[in-house]
Design a protein around this ligand. Sequence first.
Ligand code: SF4
Ligand code: FES
Length: 323
Amino acid sequence: MAKVTIDGHSIEVADGTTILQAARMIGGDIVPPTMCYYSKLKTSGGYCRTCIVKVTKGSEKDPRPMPKPVASCRTTVMDGMEVVNITSPEVLEARRGVVEFLLINHPLDCPICDQAGECHLQDLGYEHGLAKTRYDFPRRTFNTIDIGPYIKMHMTRCIMCFRCVKTADQITDYRVHGMLNRGDASEISTYIQKAIDNDFSGNIIDVCPVGALTDRTFRFKSRVWFTKPMDAHRNCTKCSGKVALWLKGNDVLRVTGRKDKWGEVEEFICNECRFEKKDVKDWTIEGPRHIDRHSVISANHYESLAKLKLDIGKQQKALSTKK
Ligand code: SF4
Ligand code: FES
């Protein structure tokens, strides 16, 4: 066991636990944001750097601080370790820089993007007050492509988090897409434009933290905050059949996996449930789904709105005390 203290909160965790996992066990505001880590996918994390924290004390045995901010999703705790996240203006400033980098090539598509309202990058941009870019060079642009009958790829919006590649690798029978090229020429692509058409391919839409992979059966149908999420289930031979239905009136506009408070799906669902069951009669509706994320998606959840204001206030205060 190892005792770790994050922003003044201590917890004992099993050896091998990462700082991020320990923070999630503590919960609340001190949990770092994640754009590439996904607890349901093996070896995810380590790409985006949004989860950076500062280790102010390495361990009881070796109390030296770590010289640079570290990715909390990839750094395991040591006994006696002390970590700062939201209590460190330096970490907040560094994260602001990371978000600025993530936004270098990302278009301001939010008004027309299906992910708007549930986009982790939109939330991060908002929370860090990045209204403008300092980037003067032309941005990378790509044409949208249909990858299979159900998924549209907007490479221009991709932030190279690798989650979709790992999802296809780990939960579908075979993977026909991946990262091509390197550095600023990298792109997610299907090999020779092959379609993705296996039973669980739709899950890459759910894991994408931005709007780079969109559901062709839902595109432009509605802003998510105008829909009502409901927990529902059906008997399915391929997956658990437990989903979230996004309703407008009695119309099922979209079917997704149920996402937890970290924005990760609880269980991966099959394409039949996701794309082919768009009638309320196909489902047993359990009741309204509570949305934990404080994002535009939870605009009508008033308790979340109050919490978001509080969080932003705290971050602004931490930044202003630094100046
Ligand atoms: S398409 Fe989405 S999930 Fe895949 S690497 Fe890009 S941002 Fe990540
Ligand atoms: S979430 Fe840790 S590096 Fe991306």
